[in-house]
Design a protein around this ligand. Structure first.
Ligand SMILES: [Zn+2]
Length: 130
């Protein structure tokens, strides 16, 4: 891969990572003990202090929390994949399939810059692990 392409993917990856982190920050707290781990904020209820608290509002907040957990998880995984891809760029091994050592097609990297496998290997990998 040429330097221009590498630079392009690096910028793309860094921007995506920034966006994911910003999205996470809106509903989750960074875990100070585990690098790269986030904890979705659980709604805090002050029922004892306020007996008139709206039950319906509580329910929808819990619902929002439950919905956000898998989003948090998928964002975390994506950030991890991006970090790996960035290391590979630094290492000069970016864009090479982890399984078959062949170059991953640029088209695939453009759609999914953190890809570490070519489509064929990814398909096999997904089937084996499901
Ligand atoms: Zn492959």
């Amino acid at each position: 891969m040429n330097t221009n392409d590498l630079q392009k993917f690096k910028v793309k990856l860094e921007n995506t990572k920034k966006n994911l982190n910003e999205a996470l920050r809106t509903f989750a707290n960074k875990d100070p003990l585990v690098r790269g781990d986030w904890d979705t904020r659980y709604p805090e209820f002050k029922r004892e202090e306020d007996p008139n608290v709206d039950m319906e509002e509580e329910a929808s907040e819990v619902e929002a929390y439950v919905t956000r957990l898998p989003i948090e998880h998928s964002y975390e995984l994506r950030i991890q994949a991006i970090d790996k891809a960035l290391l590979k760029i630094a290492d000069n091994t970016y864009g090479i399939c982890l399984k078959c050592d062949k170059p991953i097609p640029l088209k695939r990297l453009e759609a999914y810059p953190e890809a570490d496998k070519c489509l064929d290997c990814q398909k096999k990998f997904t089937t084996e692990n499901s």
